[in-house]
Design a protein around this ligand. Sequence first.
Ligand SMILES: Cc1cc2nc3c(=O)[nH]c(=O)nc-3n(C[C@H](O)[C@H](O)[C@H](O)COP(=O)(O)O)c2cc1C
Length: 166
Amino acid sequence: MTLATVDDAGHPSARIVLLKDVDARGFVFYTNYESRKGRELLAHPWAALCFHWQPMERQVRVEGPVERVSAAEADAYFASRARMSRIGAWASRQSATLESDAELRQRVQEVEARFAGGDVPRPPNWSGFRVAPQRIEFWRGRPYRLHERLLYERDDTGWRVRRLFP
Ligand SMILES: Cc1cc2nc3c(=O)[nH]c(=O)nc-3n(C[C@H](O)[C@H](O)[C@H](O)COP(=O)(O)O)c2cc1C
């Protein structure tokens, strides 16, 4: 899914992340909290998500406040990842300047040596965010750009739905 965040100047940025969990509480993805997106979400805990299924002509847009997942939830997901992915999470200072590819390989080797033979725990700055939906829009493509748009908005009593012009 595409994840959009905003910085202190109100400038948006967007990137793809993997949706790892979804339930009534919201949409969960995992990342480095010191990455650009991580810092932006910790400072401005509101996000927009966008999904696109091109062959089905469907789009789903989600917006809402963001919270951190619990340590237990993040630990459980981190433990399910491949060992090299867990090592990569330690080795990558995500979004920081990398002087050379060799520097990354060097960091991977150092992390491998550090955890040689043992478990690779979750790095303290690696965890998940949950986007709690306040708005969800379902878009369905139709001929002549007369598309269907259904906007669900959450209030104190539940969800309200209305149609939008395409
Ligand atoms: C298919 C795909 C899946 C990705 N999944 C994730 C993810 O789940 N978490 C993550 O941090 N980055 C993921 N990335 C990398 C991000 O798009 C991005 O490059 C990275 O997180 C750094 O973003 P930032 O500098 O804006 O924080 C994925 C990229 C692609 C193309």
